[in-house]
Write a protein that binds this ligand. Structure first.
Ligand SMILES: Nc1ncnc2c1ncn2[C@@H]1O[C@H](COP(=O)(O)OP(=O)(O)O)[C@@H](O)[C@H]1O
Ligand SMILES: [Mg+2]
Length: 249
């Protein structure tokens, strides 16, 4: 099976990375895809948001060689999850002096088969863990809020992707930018979006993700928004995004 590995990145916190990884993943699964989510953020929000509170084995154990990735993977409502944990901080520190520090995750992922998509929820930084994700990925997905500082941050992300492409991973490409937490009543959002469309070459998904409280509530129930409230805007937007995502070559 051909697997597409996708890094969900943005070096800022609170920009919808985890929400997008979980709900795009869940939506892809509803479209019949086999999906593995990788929680690479030491804050482990993705893991907790899917109701996994005390995983027997985490990615940190896999990085340190104590566990095999296949044995750490858990199934949640048809989605597969490699849980993260705070110990990824130590992994990050030890990776810095490691010989193959940038290609560690890529090697681990090459051992898992049978997934259509592997989505990696990245930490809110362009750290060595994020570099590992980019080095292992085919594509990058950038969730972006339409705020004034967005554009500068986007430039940094695109530079980093370009650097990884020229040094570690020539197959890497930007799949697209997803406008998240979209509020059409805010004039500034529309203005920034227009500016983005004129000045950035990367694909911007037609499907925007609107602000929707159900998206913020679902993690408390350990569910994706599609399981929590399939009729909500949040669920509809992420289902629409998944369809556009699958169709986009
Ligand atoms: N479209 C949305 N509407 C409402 N709340 C959202 C939306 N997207 C994300 N959130 C909330 O915003 C916060 C930050 O999102 P999160 O996905 O955790 O960002 P990151 O992973 O980039 O730090 C979370 O509390 C999340 O529930
Ligand atoms: Mg997060």
């Amino acid at each position: 099976m051909a697997t597409t590995i996708v890094s969900v990145i943005n070096q800022k916190g609170g920009t919808g990375k985890t929400t997008t990884t979980i709900n795009l993943g869940s939506a892809l699964q509803k479209l019949g895809k086999r999906v593995l989510l990788i929680d690479l953020d030491p804050q482990a929000n993705l893991t907790y948001s899917l109701g996994i509170t005390e995983p027997a084995h985490t990615l940190a154990d896999v990085f340190t060689g104590q566990q095999k990735l296949v044995d750490a993977i858990q199934e949640r409502n048809g989605l597969y999850v490699a849980p993260g944990s705070n110990e990824l901080v130590d992994v990050e520190i030890s990776l810095v002096t490691h010989e193959n520090r940038e290609s560690f995750l890529g090697q681990l992922l090459s051992e898992v088969k049978d997934y259509d998509y592997i989505l990696i929820d990245c930490p809110p930084s362009l750290s060595v863990l994020t570099v590992n994700a980019l080095a292992a990925s085919d594509e990058v997905l950038i969730p972006l809020q339409m705020e004034v500082l967005t554009l500068q941050g986007l430039g940094q992300i695109l530079n980093t992707v370009q650097q990884i492409k020229t040094t570690l991973n020539p197959r890497l490409k930007v799949k697209g930018i997803v406008v998240v937490m979209y509020d059409k009543r805010r004039k500034l959002s529309t203005e920034i979006e227009d500016y983005l469309k004129e000045n950035v070459d990367e694909y911007i998904f037609n499907q925007r993700i609107r602000l929707n409280v159900k998206l913020a509530e679902a993690p408390s129930f350990g569910q994706s928004v599609i399981e929590y409230d399939a009729a909500s805007y949040g669920a509809k937007d992420y289902m629409g995004l998944a369809q556009e995502f699958v169709a986009l070559r």
